[in-house]
Design a protein around this ligand. Sequence first.
Ligand code: ZN
Length: 289
Amino acid sequence: MNYQHATILSVLAHPDDETFGMGGTLALYAKNGANVHLICATRGEVGEMPPEMMMGHTSIAEIRENELRCAAGMLRLNGVHFLDYRDSGMEGSPENQHPDALAAQPVEAVAAKVVSYIRGLKPQVVLTFDPIGGYRHPDHIAIHNATVMAFKLAGDAKFVDPEKREPFQPERLYFHTMSKGFLKVVIFMLKVTGKDPSKFGKNQDIDLESIARVTFPVHAKINYSSVVDIRDRASACHASQGGKQMAGGIQGVLRKVFQSNETFMQAYPSEVPTRPIKDLFEGMDTVSR
Ligand SMILES: [Zn+2]
């Protein structure tokens, strides 16, 4: 298939979301000639940062933006666009209340900005998080809601976006869904090693067991085995977020064995494939030929 006229817009929340969640898919389409753009709503200001990595830098945001630009280069993204909101942190953290926090913004305001990008870039395919934001991060849920709204508004001639662009309606909206098979393996491994999977993460605020119980239908399954190395190099760019360990060691092996596919739920159009398609553009005449 010729992807020369194919454009993907991925709308996510933090530097590293593009790589850790759907990096294989983005790398695969970029390698095959598609235009792949990323909207990153924040600079991950509240992310963990090993103190030694702060040396010579003024802020976490600066380091994480650099890491994202490194990863985007590896994945060969055509553009990275920041919405300049602030990372809201996990649910219940004081950062939720910051006036610039993504999760504290009215969804209409965030959606309006996303509409400008959709109208400007004219993607056939828009990607974002699933309705629970993968693992219930407030920013993931906020950008999911804004993207769903923006997808509908972009084609509405009555809606005026901040850049006053012409209406454009993308053809498909997909939600990235976490592989529950992989998650169950991780839960099993944690239990075997005496850890509590309901208190996962550095702050013990991620309940993997409850996440594993929420399932979304899989309408597209993208095999990215031909670009695993590219994805791993992009992962390594996110050194402050543990991306190096992720690409190597036991985690790297697990990821290689269980994760040569990234899975997506088709949110629009509502008529969905009866079995998972292997290409996000399958059956789309605006792209090939
Ligand atoms: Zn994130």
